[in-house]
Design a protein around this ligand. Structure first.
Ligand code: PLP
Length: 386
């Protein structure tokens, strides 16, 4: 018997994290200081990419990608309906027309075959960007998107808000960390409290492309640069130039301190999440519950542990009555009233809609205790078994 509510996700803050923030507070910088650069270096080093651009949140990260790619009103961008709406919205901010591609019924991520059908139907260059989402922490095969990108001419922006620490193996069998941008042009992350690294609000974009990186950095701070190599002239030591209409999408030093401290535990967090997943898998074996698929060679980052069940609504209510705050993630984005105005409707992406009818995310976070997980398992089995 557990007498407190168990959420589907929760941050994990140690005394070391608290100490790191206190030190940042006592330093000379609250923002735009060395801590942010250190977080960028550590994060890029961990993932194995050239550049990381830390920003105020994951949605800002997606919007900056749209700006860096020069997405203009009316440009077409493809994403998946099974995601948090920000994956689409970040590109809408730049005026893009969003096209929703259906999901693979195994991985719940964008279906590469269905993507190719969409691409084939229009001339090369029709779509400016494709935004696959590493849904629930499942790392998409970025190499497959690269092959299509080379053929049909679009930029790949991976929304990896669910998947820092995940990896996939490419056709040569080489392990590719999510966010290393070996195949993707840009990759986005979020540091919202339910995500793997929790800085309150926060996000990042990674890339290996220096031109894209310079644009990300420019648009993050009002379109202002102080880099002499990028300015049209230099009047003196004070001189800077505003070259584009940018935003204030900066992260703070306090958040960077939290991020640096938590990044050190990311590997542990991924293995703990996988341990929790295996225990759920084991407990639900042989029951009328579909557990998450994993292909050979991937490291699933398990932001979410999503099951598919028959009486989903009833199970959701039953778990709530027992203090288990499971969650339905996500309502297909194309069925939102906002996206309906562009003509999207039920039936447009059948696999995504079928997924939505049965999905339920069970509690999954590294500080979930064995007793809490046992309680969740007991209640799920009590319901499904009867
Ligand atoms: C959390 C999340 C975002 C947005 O991140 P914020 O930091 O909350 O702005 C974008 N995409 C996905 C898939 C997410 O889960």
């Amino acid at each position: 018997m557990i007498d407190h509510p168990i959420p589907y996700g929760h941050q994990f803050i140690t005394d070391g994290d608290v100490q790191a923030v206190v030190e940042a507070l006592k330093s000379d910088y609250m923002t735009q200081g060395p801590g942010i650069e250190n977080f960028e270096k550590d994060f890029a080093g961990y993932l194995g990419c050239r550049y990381a651009c830390m920003v105020s949140n994951g949605t800002a990260a997606l919007h900056l990608c749209a700006l860096a790619l020069g997405i203009r009103p009316g440009d077409k961008v493809i994403t998946t309906p099974i995601t948090f709406v920000a994956s689409a919205n970040g590109f809408r901010y730049a005026g893009a027309e969003i096209v929703f591609c259906d999901i693979d019924p195994d991985t719940y991520c964008m279906d590469v075959a269905k993507l190719e059908e969409i691409l084939k139907a229009s001339p090369k260059g029709t779509y400016k960007a494709v935004v696959p989402v590493d849904f629930a922490g499942y790392p998409v095969d970025e190499e497959k998107f690269r092959r299509l990108a080379d053929r049909y001419g679009f930029a790949i922006v991976v929304d990896a808000c669910h998947a820092p620490g995940g990896s996939f193996s490419d056709s040569r069998g080489d392990k590719q960390m999510v966010g290393n941008c070996r195949y993707a042009d840009l990759t986005c992350f979020s540091f919202h409290p339910v995500k793997h690294i929790a800085t309150g609000e926060g996000g990042a974009v990674t890339t290996n492309n220096p031109d894209l990186y310079n644009k990300l950095a420019l648009y993050r701070t009002h379109g202002i640069t102080k880099n002499p190599d990028l300015m049209t002239k230099v009047d003196g030591g004070w001189y800077y130039e505003m070259q584009e209409l940018g935003f204030n999408y900066r992260i703070t030093e306090l958040q960077a301190a939290l991020g640096i401290s938590q990044l050190k535990r990311l590997d542990w967090s991924i293995s703990r999440r996988n341990e929790i997943a295996r225990k759920y898998d084991e407990a639900f074996r042989g029951m009328d519950i579909r557990t998450p698929f994993r292909a050979e060679g991937i490291t699933h980052a398990f932001h979410l542990y999503v099951i598919q069940v028959g009486k989903r609504k009833e199970l959701y209510d039953f778990l709530r009555e027992n203090g288990i705050l499971s969650q339905v993630l996500y309502i297909p984005a194309h069925t939102m009233p906002y996206y309906r105005q562009f003509g999207w409707k039920e039936g447009d992406t059948p696999a995504a809609e079928e997924y939505y009818r049965h999905c339920l995310a069970l509690p999954m976070f590294p500080s979930l205790t064995d007793e809490e997980q046992d309680w969740v398992i007991e209640k799920v089995i009590e319901f499904v078994g009867r």
